[in-house]
Ligand binder design. Sequence first.
Ligand SMILES: [Ca+2]
Length: 350
Amino acid sequence: MKPRHAFLHIALATLCGLATSEAFAADAPAPTSPPPKAPPVKIIFDTDIGNDVDDALAMGVLHSLMTRGDCELLAVTTTKPDELAGPFVDAINTFYGRGDIPIACTRKESLPKGSKFLLLADRYPHDLKSSADTQEPVKLLRQILGKAADQSLVLVQVGFFSNFAALLDSPADDCSPLKGKELVKQKVKLLSVMAGGFQTVNHNNHYLEYNVIKDIPAAQKLAKEWPTPIVWSGFEIGIAVPYPAVSIERDYSYVPHHPLAEAYYLYTPPPHDRPTWDLTAVLYAVLPDRGFFELSQPGQVTVEDDGFTRFKPKKSGGRDRFLILNDVLAARVKEALVQLSSQPPRGLKP
Ligand SMILES: [Ca+2]
């Protein structure tokens, strides 16, 4: 019953001496409550934050999805060997009111260094002084996995493969009697990865993607041994969804200083529409069934010696799929990412 008709019905029923509830009971369907909300997706976010600004925007998306009750960010691990990587992550978490989320930072000095925006950490409140003050990523990952329910975790990797590959080789410890690979198999439901390239971009059929080529042995190990389903957001997906610079200029001004917008300005000032690589991997990880993306058929990804990610479809099924977009879906994804990354923290007073 449309509201206007409902009002007329109630008015007539009242005139005729019928109680309102009886009027509804006469011909309205029984009221139904919406189905209970699904429990939040438990996320571990592994990032090379500092190398590009999409990692920072992806953290904004994660925090907004957490505010909506769609996910719970259990931990952040980094693949950026910079003393300010951990503090910057902590500053973002603190900005969103969640400064207690555990953080663990890599010690792998061979990974890319230098950043245009990690120095922003000092401008925002946080209490982690240095990445060196955190524990090793594999140790924290084992702690989280060891306590998790079976098949309950979704891991999101938007940097290099170093941490999650190392997790596979980790020995049993006081967190779990299981070795790394068995622990992942038991506790992880899905790995959502931003890496590789699976659909032709600019007529380059052999694209060597940054997240893969900076630690090829780790990428090869993970692609070979990872024991759960993996969904890959290839290079071409973020390219297909450029983040609108106008959003950076307008949507973050609810505070005088915003860590995501300022990081964007330091990385590459608007007008510049930065690809949404890492944001897409987060969106799929938390909301896989909301129709933002299509999926490839199942298959197997292998990482070749030059870092090329080769996908071979398998009729019998396979561990790997990659994201696919068309123009309509790309427009939906872009708007969702703009709204989520720029959503004010819960409880922020204007
Ligand atoms: Ca990244």
